[in-house]
Design a protein around this ligand. Structure first.
Ligand SMILES: Cc1cc2nc3c(=O)[nH]c(=O)nc-3n(C[C@H](O)[C@H](O)[C@H](O)COP(=O)(O)OP(=O)(O)OC[C@H]3O[C@@H](n4cnc5c(N)ncnc54)[C@H](O)[C@@H]3O)c2cc1C
Length: 440
């Protein structure tokens, strides 16, 4: 066991910031956080547009888990709950919107899944085969709940979380809590025990407040515009980090950056690790914010929004009724939608120009919600390699990487241990505790 003098965290997204912040709370070591861009936050940032709109880069809210609640308490950040109607969600399928059932009662009287499908779903406690490593989400959940449920409910849900394909993602890596419940027995019964009373919430002004507060708390420990270009270690575990114009010798390193950005840093020292990191794929996304005058939206709009299915008639993954959820995100006389396009099944959309993306968005909203008049405001953001896809073998790849890394280099964040904000916060907190235990 060594005494750490300097801990270097690479990456100023929510995972890196949480790790660095928790380290400062638990140890006297020097903590430095290196961020390549001019601003911290990674995917968790909020933009004010014309002082009228708030656009989230990534997550627009969180249903807080105990780790997230604990971090926000440290930071003295209060969450504002989304509109109570947020639990109402829809799926666009068979050319109409269908309510997503959110409990047994609504399952029995829903119009998304027919009686036969619902009956098959309710038989799930009888289908108790344990999930096998590397099974896809589709394979395992179609076995438990039936094929129709997997196609009409689970596939769009996976699109909503990962912008990915339920037939291409590993069940165990993507949904570890569900995997654990399924190991023990029925998902239907087990999930009821894990039902949370927490609601979708966000800080006033947007999720970026969390990364902003963390950055303020870390003060001059945060080095922006500082890209780490190489990580080297020798047989004695001595670490060296290179930037474009400098060289640092920390005692411990936390890699809180996406796998495709981490791989080149390690290539010279361990090509097996770098190649394994390169195997982890990411889905690209386009996020378009579009705002209409209230009177131009003919259907009464309420709830969270809708998702589409992989073979949908509209060229859009899903739409969030952003200004219905949060009343501080757009002028009161407008309705602002957040539209997601692209994902792992339609990556080329990212190369289309704003006009074309605007057409997809407007056409989809016309088809689904009957909007015909032009928008008041439109912005679109292209995110290459935005969301990590935990394809079959993900956990084995992570195990291989972690086993080969020296014991003073740690991984944190969405490429490795969970993509959600909750998962990144939990990972950052746990990583900080492990480092304190092992090195401080
Ligand atoms: C459009 C979108 C919508 C989402 N919606 C939700 C949602 O509703 N709910 C939810 O829970 N999650 C959501 N997510 C996922 C979640 O926001 C992300 O998984 C999470 O924010 C990732 O955090 P991170 O710290 O792991 O990495 P990142 O945010 O990717 O941060 C990594 C940081 O490292 C920096 N960096 C990279 N290379 C280097 C280097 N060599 N040297 C120094 N710095 C470097 C980058 O500039 C970046 O700032 C969404 C994501 C996206 C893209």
């Amino acid at each position: 066991m060594t005494t750490a003098k300097t801990i270097a965290v690479i990456g100023g997204g929510i995972a890196g910031l949480t790790t660095a912040y928790m380290l400062t709370k638990q140890t006297q070591c020097d903590v430095l956080l290196f961020e390549a861009s001019s601003k911290t936050g990674g995917w968790l940032q909020s933009h004010s547009v014309d002082n009228r709109y708030v656009h989230e880069i990534g997550a627009n809210g969180v249903i807080p888990t105990p780790h997230t609640t604990a971090l926000l308490k440290h930071l003295e950040i209060n969450l504002v709950p989304a509109s109570a109607s947020a639990k109402h969600r829809w799926i666009w399928i068979d050319d109409s919107l269908h309510v997503v059932p959110h409990g047994i009662r609504s399952l029995l009287c829903n119009d998304l899944l027919n009686k036969r499908t619902v009956f098959r779903m309710l038989l799930e406690p009888l289908f108790r085969k344990k999930p096998i490593n590397h099974e896809t989400i589709h394979t395992f959940l179609a076995y438990r709940f039936g094929n129709a449920c997997a196609q009409r409910l689970i596939a769009p849900w996976v699109t909503g979380v990962f912008a990915g394909d339920s037939e291409q993602l590993e069940f165990e890596a993507s949904f570890p809590l569900l995997f654990d419940i399924a190991q023990q027995g029925s998902l239907l019964l087990g999930m009821r025990k894990h039902k949370t009373k927490e609601r979708l919430s966000a800080p006033q002004g947007g999720m970026g407040k969390i990364t902003q507060h963390l950055t303020e708390q870390l003060g001059d420990r945060v080095k922006t515009n500082t890209e780490i270009t190489q990580i080297h270690w020798d047989n004695m575990g001595n670490l060296t980090l290179n930037t474009h114009d400098n060289c640092i010798d920390p005692d411990v390193v936390v890699l809180a950056i996406p796998s495709y950005q981490a791989a080149p840093l390690l290539l010279q020292t361990d090509s097996t690790i770098a190649e394994t990191m390169e195997e982890i794929s990411h889905a690209s996304l386009v996020v378009a914010y579009v705002s209409y005058r209230k009177e131009d939206v003919p259907e009464p709009i309420d709830g969270f929004g809708f998702l589409s299915t992989p073979k949908s008639s509209i060229n859009i993954l899903g739409v969030v009724y952003e200004s219905i959820l949060w009343d501080d995100r757009a002028p009161k006389d407008e309705i602002m939608f957040r539209c997601m396009l692209g994902g792992s099944n339609n990556p080329e959309i990212i190369d289309q120009d704003d006009d074309m993306i605007g057409k997809h968005v407007h056409q989809s909203l016309k088809t689904v919600l009957g909007i015909t008049n032009p928008w008041v405001q439109f912005d679109c953001y292209r995110y290459p390699q935005a969301i990590t896809q935990y394809s079959p073998g993900h956990l084995d790849r992570i195990a291989l990487i972690e086993n080969r890394l020296p014991d003073n280099i740690y991984l944190a964040g969405s490429s490795w241990h969970g993509v959600s904000v909750n998962a990144c916060i939990k990972d950052g907190m746990q990583m900080a505790s492990r480092i304190v235990e092992n090195h401080c």
